[in-house]
Design a binder for this molecule. Structure first.
Ligand code: NAG
Ligand code: NAG
Ligand code: NAG
Ligand code: NAG
Ligand code: NAG
Ligand code: NAG
Ligand code: NAG
Length: 459
C-alpha cells in the first residue's frame, strides 16, 4: 500500500479536502447519466470538427480538480537542499521539472505511477543526462555522482509538490543515471558507432499511434543499442540460437544511452513527447492489476453456470477488488479483461461471463461506490497540469462503455495493434479535447482522492 506511505498530509488537511470534494460531489455527480449521454452523443460527431492537434500545440485544456487551497503544496514551493556535487542544470530544464512534479504530485503519485508519473520521471532522467552531455561529452553520470544527482533531482521535484518516495514508487536507482553495462558512453565514440542519420530520421518525430505497431523508432534504437553493446571488450557470443542474458542486459542499458543522445539533439519538450510516446507502447501492453484468488468466482460460475445470479454476484465482487488498485489506460483495461478471462477459462469457465454479467472495460478502472463513474485514461495519457485558480487536473478519456471482450484462446497472439483494429470503438490514441471531458475529469479526480483517503484510513 504505497499510497498510504507517500501521503504525508495531516488528517485535518485530508478531511478539509474531502469536505471540498463532497461539496463538489453533489454538483458533479447529480446527474451522471445525463453527462454520460451528452458525452456519448457528442462523441461520435466530434472527430470531424475537432482541430488537428499538433504535438507542439499548447497543452490541451484541463479541468479543475482541486479548489485552490492554502494547504496546496504548489502554492509554496520549498527551496530544495541540493548536494552541491551534481552538475545537472535544473534551470535549463525548469519547465520539465515542474511538469514532472505535477504528474507525480504527492497524493496522486501512487495512482498515476504506472501510466503518467513514472513514465514522465524516466523521461526526465533521460533528458537531464542528455542535456548534460552537451557540456561534458559523456552520455552518463559517473557512479560517484549518480547518488547525489538522484538525490538532487528528488529534492527539486519534492520541493514542487511531488511525492516523497518517488524513486521507490518508480523503482529508480542511482545506476539509472550511469551507463550501467553499456560499453559506450562518450558522445564521440557513440557518434562513430551508430548510424546517426538513420536514428535521427526514425526518431526525430514519431507518430505515437503508429509507432507502437510499426516500431520505426524503436527498431532504430534497438539497432543502435545492439551496435553499442557489441563494442564491449568481451563481446558475448551471439552465435546460435542462445543469446546470453548478459547481452540483452547490455543492449537494454545501451538503449538508455541511445535515448540520452536523442534527448541531447532535441529540445526538452519534444524529447519528452517522444520518450513518453515510446514508453506508452510498453505500458499499454501489460495489465498492471494484481488478480486476487478467484476460487470463489470459479465455484460460483463453474458447472456451466448453473446459477447466473450467483455467478454474476461473485464476478461483481471480484471486479470490485480490481477497481481499488490503480488507474489504467483503455488499452490496459483491454489487457486486464484478456488476462482475467484467460484465468477464468483455466478454471473451466468457458461461457462468456463478461457478457452474462455485463462487464465492461470501465469496470477495470477505479470507481466510486455504487456510482457508475469509472474512468479510463487515454492510451497516451496527457500530463497533469496545475493552475493557481483551478488546481491540478488532467484529461480522462471516458470512452469506457465498451463491453469487455471475452478472450478467444485461439487468437491469443494478438498484439495491441491488432486488438485496436478489432475493437474500432476503442481509440488507439487520445485526442482528448475540451468540453467533452469537463465533468468526467472532475469526477475522476474526486475518485482518486477518495480512494487515497480510503487507503490511508485502512492503516
Ligand atoms: C508561503 O510563502 C510565503 C512567502 O514565502 C509566506 O509568507 C507564507 O506564509 C507561506 N505560506 C505557507 C502556507 O507556508
Ligand atoms: C543553466 O542553464 C541556463 C539556461 O540555459 C544558463 O543560463 C546557465 O548558465 C546554466 N548554468 C550552468 C551552471 O551551466
Ligand atoms: C566523476 O566525475 C567527476 C566530475 O566530472 C570527477 O571529478 C570524478 O573524479 C569522477 N569520478 C570517477 C570515479 O570517475
Ligand atoms: C534502473 O536500474 C535497474 C537496475 O539497477 C534496472 O533494473 C531498471 O530497469 C532501470 N530502470 C530504467 C527505467 O532504466
Ligand atoms: C545508415 O542508414 C541509412 C538508412 O537506413 C543507410 O542508407 C546508410 O547506408 C546507413 N549508413 C551506414 C554507414 O551504415
Ligand atoms: C472441465 O470441464 C470438463 C467438462 O465439463 C470436465 O470433464 C473437466 O474435468 C473439467 N476440468 C476441471 C479442471 O475442472
Ligand atoms: C496482426 O495482424 C496482422 C494483419 O492482420 C497479422 O499479419 C499479424 O500477424 C498480427 N500480429 C499478431 C501479433 O497477431
Amino acid at each position: 500500500m504505497s499510497a498510504g506511505v507517500s501521503l504525508k498530509h495531516s488528517l485535518t488537511m485530508l478531511l478539509l479536502e474531502l469536505f471540498m470534494f463532497l461539496a463538489c460531489f453533489q454538483e458533479c455527480l447529480s446527474t451522471p447519466t445525463d453527462h454520460l449521454k451528452s458525452y456519448m452523443s457528442t462523441e461520435r460527431g466530434t472527430v470531424a470538427f475537432l482541430p488537428e492537434i499538433t504535438p507542439s500545440a499548447s497543452p490541451q485544456p484541463f479541468l479543475p480538480l482541486l479548489a485552490p487551497s492554502p494547504l496546496t503544496p504548489f502554492t509554496n514551493s520549498t527551496i530544495p537542499k541540493l548536494s552541491g556535487l551534481c552538475m545537472l542544470n535544473f534551470t535549463a530544464t525548469q519547465n520539465l521539472m515542474t511538469m514532472t512534479s505535477i504528474d507525480c504530485w504527492a497524493a496522486f503519485a501512487p495512482l498515476l505511477a504506472n501510466v503518467i508519473c513514472c513514465p514522465q520521471l524516466h523521461a526526465t532522467l533521460v533528458i537531464l543526462v542528455g542535456q548534460l552531455s552537451k557540456e561534458t561529452g559523456v552520455l552518463a553520470i559517473n557512479r560517484t555522482l549518480a547518488k547525489p544527482c538522484l538525490s538532487d533531482i528528488e529534492q527539486v521535484l519534492e520541493g514542487q509538490g511531488a511525492g516523497e518516495n518517488l524513486m521507490q514508487v518508480c523503482s529508480i536507482h542511482p545506476s539509472n543515471l550511469t551507463e550501467a553495462s553499456c560499453p559506450v558512453k562518450d558522445v564521440d565514440e557513440f557518434e562513430n558507432t551508430v548510424n546517426l542519420s538513420e536514428l535521427l530520421a526514425s526518431c526525430e518525430k514519431i507518430d505515437s499511434v503508429k509507432e507502437c505497431c510499426d516500431q520505426v523508432c524503436q527498431g532504430a534504437i534497438s539497432d543502435a543499442a545492439t551496435r553499442l553493446a557489441l563494442k564491449a571488450s568481451d563481446p558475448l557470443s551471439m552465435d546460435g540460437p542462445h543469446v546470453l542474458p548478459e547481452h540483452s542486459t547490455r543492449v537494454n542499458d545501451c538503449k538508455t544511452v541511445v535515448l540520452r543522445w536523442l534527448a541531447s539533439k532535441l529540445d526538452p519538450y519534444p524529447a519528452k513527447e517522444i520518450l513518453r510516446g515510446l514508453t506508452s507502447c510498453n505500458v499499454n501492453k501489460v495489465c498492471p492489476l494484481v488478480f486476487p484468488n478467484m476460487k470463489h468466482v470459479a465455484n460460483s460460475c463453474g458447472n456451466g453456470i448453473s446459477n447466473p445470479t450467483t455467478c454474476c454476484d461473485a464476478m461483481d465482487s471480484y471486479v470490485s477488488h480490481l477497481q481499488k488498485q490503480t488507474l489504467v489506460t483503455n488499452l490496459q483495461a483491454l489487457d486486464c479483461a484478456t488476462s482475467l478471462g484467460l484465468k477464468l477459462q483455466k478454471y473451466n469457465i468457458t461461457k462468456n461471463v463478461y457478457s452474462l454479467c455485463h462487464i465492461s472495460l470501465k469496470d477495470f478502472s477505479l470507481q466510486v461506490g455504487s456510482q457508475v463513474s469509472g474512468c479510463l485514461l487515454p492510451s497516451l495519457p496527457s500530463d497533469a497540469t496545475f493552475d493557481k485558480l483551478s488546481g491540478i487536473s488532467f484529461i480522462c478519456d471516458l470512452n469506457d462503455n465498451i463491453p469487455a471482450p471475452w478472450p478467444n484462446p485461439s487468437l491469443l497472439t494478438a498484439s495491441t495493434c491488432n486488438k485496436t483494429l478489432r475493437i474500432p470503438a476503442l481509440p488507439a490514441a487520445t485526442n482528448a479535447q475540451s468540453g467533452l471531458y469537463n465533468k468526467y475529469v472532475t469526477v475522476y479526480l474526486l475518485i482518486a482522492y477518495s480512494m487515497t483517503i480510503m487507503m490511508l484510513l485502512q492503516f
